[in-house]
Design a protein around this ligand. Structure first.
Ligand code: PMP
Length: 309
């Protein structure tokens, strides 16, 4: 008696990353003219404990770096991030006991800033006019100056980013669709989601069509779509993998976010809404098919933005 063996072991927070639901859109596609033989299925990534798809990449980046000695005890994880990756690093750092320093454009949304501080991350603000590229440049400089202090995670160039999706997101989609997926629609930021998930789906079936989503008003975009583009092409990006590109503007994405909340019960962020806009465009052209899209995060972090004013 009193033996700990009798006690249920419980789970580690990070074990809850991945295995997100694949939801079937019930109403909006039909309203917008998608045929009954075409399904739109959405990977609900806000079910991850850090609230976004970026938990997957951050976890794999940290695991791989710890395994091969790039992230050693006493070191600080450093990266440039517009939010979700930072939240994921900060959560994992707090759970596993290593410090996290993030370079973020000073224009970062209020919710994101407060969430990062709540997890105990150290924030360094870069010039808001230089956007993501400015944050990347500053992170690189800091890492080069103090290589023994920092593990520079470099999500834009780190293969662990796309490998996370090759080994989890892609496999899950194949399982959840019974291999029936015909199209994948995903937003492009670091491009890790598309590179990893897309490669896994094409390995299983070369006929799967990969559709990348980008905002068409990148440099005027409001908070939420801004983190999709960067002027610097990510090193992990292979443009030859993507079959088609869809541009979605802020107004279309915001309108879809509102429609999804009211008519599907899906309260998502603007990049998720943009992905659905693109998925519906693709689906309307088909007579039959299984269009899978990734919804990177939920809507709560965007409550104070123009989207919900
Ligand atoms: N949408 C949101 C809300 C994101 O945070 C990100 C990644 N920062 C993306 C889309 C793009 O994902 P990826 O970096 O894997 O291309």
């Amino acid at each position: 008696m009193g033996s700990r063996a009798h006690c249920i072991k419980g789970e580690q927070l990070t074990e809850r990353i991945g295995r997100t639901p694949l939801l079937r859109l019930a109403r909006v596609p039909a309203q917008l003219g998608v045929g009954t033989e075409v399904q739109i299925l959405a990977k609900a990534e806000w079910f991850n404990p850090g609230g976004s798809v970026k938990d997957r990449a951050a976890l794999r980046i940290v695991e791989d770096a710890r395994r091969d000695g790039r992230l050693r005890p006493g070191m600080t994880l450093l990266d440039a991030t517009s939010g979700n990756t930072g939240i994921a690093y900060a959560m994992i750092g707090a759970a596993w006991g290593f410090p996290v320093t993030l370079v973020v454009p000073a224009s970062i949304g209020e919710e994101r800033r407060r969430i990062l501080l709540a997890y105990g991350a150290n924030l360094i603000f870069s010039d808001p006019y230089e956007g993501t590229d400015g944050a990347i440049r500053l992170a690189r400089e800091l890492a080069a100056r103090e290589p023994d202090r920092y593990f520079y995670a470099d999500q834009y160039s780190n293969p662990s980013n796309w490998l996370a999706h090759y080994d989890t997101t892609g496999v899950e989609i194949l399982e959840q669709t019974g291999g029936e997926v015909t199209h994948l629609v995903a937003g492009l930021g670091t491009t890790g989601t598309m590179m990893g998930t897309g490669r896994r789906l094409k390995d299983a079936n070369p006929d799967v069509v990969l559709i990348g989503v980008q905002p068409d008003d990148a440099f005027h975009g409001l908070e939420g779509l801004k983190h999709l583009p960067t002027a610097m092409l990510p090193a992990i990006y292979d443009p030859s993998l993507v079959d088609r590109m869809e541009l979605v503007n802020t107004d279309e994405a915001f309108a879809m976010a509102r429609q999804l909340a009211r008519e599907e019960g899906l309260f998502v962020g603007p990049s998720a809404a943009a992905a659905i806009v693109a998925a519906i465009r693709v689906a309307r052209e088909l007579s039959s098919g299984c269009v899978v899209t990734i919804l990177p995060d939920g809507g709560v972090k965007y409550l104070s933005t123009q989207l919900w004013q």
